[in-house]
Design a protein around this ligand. Structure first.
Ligand code: ASP
Length: 309
């Protein structure tokens, strides 16, 4: 019997050992990006399809670079250029792609659960690059890797995640991953942006920014996802910035060596002030750099490489 396909659909089912395996694998790929020849033959002869049916900058480009650095052939299909705009369903698009024998399909889609749907019908490994407001597993992994590299540990750290928790797939993947690796996770946002069941993922929820930021080791800011809102959830950007944004004064409540993170894209002056986003505690660009190593690890793993996570 052939081996079952390996997918990465979400972080929720992974235990600490499996998460650490992927982080260690990512770390082992990191030096490739520092070499003059940034390529290894690990996925030579394999085809990776990047099916991005929702806007993306960092995730799509870093998946593409990751695949290329592993020597895979890549095919990039984005929302505006695919037949989805002509009314083709996701499953029809994917079945047509399957006829071209891809080994891995990396999918970003606005509907939660779409990668799971593909994994049930398509004979390729499916990697979730963000499904609606559900999960963004590679972002969760790259954030954990970035924290671990700066703090040398994750266990015992207080991590505050602040912003539009309700619509954030980044928040969900981070809560499950960091909680499983032993961090204390506090999520914070206006009551209209805190889903009632969020604490069941393994975090504490508050609408008091000071409570969240006080003595935090890491402050992770999130963008307000206006594109996912069906109604206004807060009065004005200015009021939001005053109560939930991160400026120098708010950051002073955290530990003096607290790290500032943001998955991007940033709305400067709304959830984070420019001085903080570009300040000495910001590791936002390290997150971007680590995205490549994490995505190399995930593609390698899904292609069957390394030990079973
Ligand atoms: N880039 C992240 C995502 O795709 C965060 C954001 O869009 O605000 O979920």
């Amino acid at each position: 019997m052939s081996n079952p396909r390996r997918h990465l659909l979400e972080l929720a089912p992974l235990d600490a050992t499996e998460l650490l395996h992927l982080l260690d694998l990512a770390e082992s790929f990191q030096d490739i990006s520092q070499r003059r020849i940034k390529k290894v033959p690990a996925l030579r002869g394999m085809t990776v399809v990047l099916l991005f049916l929702e806007a993306s900058t960092r995730t799509r480009t870093s998946f593409e670079l990751a695949a290329k650095r592993l020597s895979a052939d890549t095919l990039s299909i984005t929302g505006g250029t695919s037949s989805v705009v002509k009314g083709e369903t996701l499953l029809d698009t994917a079945r047509n792609l399957e006829a071209m024998s891809p080994d891995i399909i990396v999918l970003r889609h606005r509907h939660s659960g779409s990668p799971h749907l593909l994994s049930r019908h398509i004979d390729a490994s499916i990697v979730n690059a963000g499904d609606g407001g559900h999960e963004h597993p590679t972002q969760g992994l790259l954030d954990a890797l970035t924290i671990r590299q700066h703090k040398r540990r994750i266990e015992g750290l207080k991590v505050a995640i602040i912003g539009d928790i309700a619509h954030s797939r980044v928040a969900r993947s981070n809560i499950v991953c960091l909680n499983r690796l032993g961090a204390e996770v506090v999520v914070c946002g206006p009551p209209t942006m805190l889903p009632p069941d969020i604490e069941s993922l393994g975090c504490r929820a508050t609408s008091d920014r000071a409570d969240a930021v006080q003595d935090a080791d890491v402050v992770m800011m999130l963008r307000i996802q206006k594109e996912r809102m069906t109604e206004e959830l807060f009065p004005t950007d200015r009021e939001y910035a005053m109560r939930f944004g991160l400026d120098r004064a708010a950051l002073r409540m955290a530990k003096p060596d607290a790290l500032v993170m943001h998955p991007g894209p940033i709305n400067r002056g709304v959830e984070i002030s420019p001085e903080v986003a570009d300040g000495p505690q910001s590791i936002i660009l390290d997150q971007v750099a680590n995205g490549i190593a994490v995505r190399m690890a995930v593609l390698f793993h899904c292609a069957g490489g390394g030990a079973q996570a």
